[in-house]
Design a protein around this ligand. Structure first.
Ligand code: KG4
Ligand code: ZN
Length: 334
């Protein structure tokens, strides 16, 4: 049974996890609230914070796991996609640890971490599936055949779904990250009040677009500029916006599954925390006779446990990376 230590620093979360077989011994995450003031992630601030937090989280994880560095069988880090200055911190640390302990290093694709996370609580048997990854940086439909057997079916041509949540939240004067704020307000809102566009719903491919939706919210909001933005207006905007995003994500995912003949759909990434999305996806999958596996909520937003899980599967399958392997901000999923 392998013990893997993984570090995730692709964006603004610093995370360290230790996974022994299927037992998660530690999963430490430090989120960076500093970015809220800017309404988005500032790369220089993020990398400086990774430098501050990562050594502390490493000690914390080893302490919680009750594991010495010598007991780690391999060190893994997210090597892309993400912010170059952020990726560099976690990858350099994992490489240094691997060299120091004379153990293998594994470079892990952040998207693979998300994509495999729905299997985390299972028996680690990766079944073929069609996977929707919905996060702040990505919106992707992938046909998964096995670990490292991926075919991209479609992706967003502009904003990611989470990015749209964050930008719309900013327009509505809500906090960052916008997803949870919008979800909270949408509960009391009237989703039928505003008929926002379902972009690319019938585009005939598996791609997405969310920037037009964000612009539509901006224009509708401008109609009310002479009025006080009442809580009712904000809730209705949130509910209507959220429904538009969910409808497109769910319908296009099920269409892709049907086209691929997949009997299993998986869903991961920060936006998949959204309860309304989970509920709608579950109902539509049930109606279509398709099974659904979603990432456990604690593993939806960025964390190192999912990186450790992907690394464990790769380690067991015989994959190893060179410490000379560079980080790649645009790393493709292969
Ligand atoms: O996976 P993640 O932590 O980071 C990336 O890899 O991008 O995803 C963060 C994104 C943010 O855009 C955030 O607004 C969104 O996930 N998010 C949500 C919810 N919780 C987080 N979006 C909708 N509803 C939520 N409950
Ligand atoms: Zn992510």
């Amino acid at each position: 049974m392998s013990t893997i230590l993984a570090i995730e620093t692709s964006c603004d979360e610093t995370a360290v996890a230790i996974l022994r077989g299927s037992e998660l011994l530690a999963s430490e995450v430090a989120s960076q609230a500093e970015h809220e003031a800017y309404g988005g992630v500032v790369p220089e601030v993020a990398s400086r914070n990774h430098l501050l937090h990562a050594p502390r989280l490493l000690d914390q994880a080893l302490g919680k796991a009750g594991v010495a560095l010598e007991e780690i069988d391999a060190f893994a880090a997210t090597s892309g996609p993400g912010l170059a200055s952020s990726l560099m911190i976690g990858a350099s640390m994992a490489k240094g640890l691997a060299l120091g302990a004379d153990r293998p290093y594994l470079a892990i694709n952040h998207l693979e971490g998300h994509l495999l996370s729905p299997f985390f609580d299972g028996n680690s048997e990766i079944e073929p599936n069609v996977s929707l990854i919905v996060s702040g940086g990505h919106t992707l439909l992938v046909e998964v055949r096995r670990v490292s057997g991926y075919r991209i079916l479609g992706r967003t041509v502009d904003d990611a779904a989470g990015e749209a949540f964050d930008k719309v939240a900013k327009l509505l004067g809500l906090g960052y990250p916008g997803g949870p704020e919008i979800e909270k307000r949408a509960v009391a809102g009237n989703a039928a009040r505003f008929d926002f566009p379902r972009s690319m719903l019938d585009s005939g491919d598996h791609n997405f677009s969310f920037s037009g939706l964000k612009t539509a919210v901006r224009y509708r909001l401008a109609d009310f500029q002479n009025e006080q933005a009442t809580p009712g207006l904000v809730s209705d905007m949130c509910a209507s916006f959220q429904r538009a995003v969910i409808e497109v994500l769910v319908k296009k995912t099920l269409r892709a599954a049907k086209e691929c003949g997949a009997t299993l759909v998986t869903m991961s990434g920060g936006v998949s925390c959204n309860q309304a999305l989970r509920k709608e996806m579950a109902e539509r999958c049930r109606a279509a006779g398709t099974r659904l596996l979603t990432a456990p909520p604690r593993l939806c937003t960025d964390n190192a446990a999912m990186i450790a899980f992907a690394a464990t599967l790769r380690f067991q399958a015989g994959f190893r990376s060179q410490v000379s392997e560079e980080i790649d901000p645009n790393l493709a999923l292969v």
